[in-house]
Design a protein around this ligand. Structure first.
Ligand code: MG
Length: 172
């Protein structure tokens, strides 16, 4: 059985993943408002990914006979100065999420909770990818700077991103 402390910590992580979803949805809407269809698409897919992260954690709590407690989702920013600024915020946010996952992992280790440790391994790997993706896009937008054609090319490339469920653990 999961400890009360672990249940609370996973519920807090569910809220953080849903906040992430809301943040990226807001970035998507802001990009749409500015005619950046590709950036909007990229963040819309990211919004779906974050929902899948929350689903994995909800499914895990349910499979352990624990209660999912959905807390209110805090407000998110609505406007970003540029796609570069949005991706810089994305990286900073994902670094915070990585730290949260790491402390969950530490708690699981302290409690000798092997099942939770195994489940969290997926998130540890996922965070490496999330940070790398944000870093790559920051590099690309920095590379083109104020060059409109360059920005157009990146936007076009981001329009091709398609949502693929990140893990079967999100299904149920
Ligand atoms: Mg996430």
């Amino acid at each position: 059985m999961l400890s009360k402390k672990m249940q609370d910590a996973i519920n807090a992580q569910i809220n953080a993943e849903l906040w992430s979803a809301y943040l990226y949805l807001s970035m998507s809407m802001d990009a749409s408002n500015k005619g950046l269809k590709g950036v909007a698409n990229w963040f819309r897919v990211q919004f779906q990914e974050e929902q899948a992260h929350a689903e994995i954690l909800m499914n895990y709590l349910l499979s352990r006979g624990a209660e999912v407690k959905l807390a209110p989702i805090a407000e998110v920013p609505l406007v970003w100065a540029s796609p570069l600024a949005a991706f810089e915020d994305t990286l900073a946010h994902e670094q915070k999420v990585t730290a949260m996952i790491d402390s969950l992992y530490r708690l699981a280790a302290e409690e000798n909770d092997y099942a939770t440790s195994n489940m969290l391994t997926w998130f540890v790997d996922e965070q490496v990818e999330e940070e790398e993706n944000a870093r790559d896009l920051i590099d690309q937008f920095r590379m083109v700077g104020d060059n409109k054609l360059g920005q157009y090319m990146i936007d076009k490339e981001l329009a091709a991103r398609v949502y693929v469920a990140p893990s079967v653990l999100a299904d149920k």
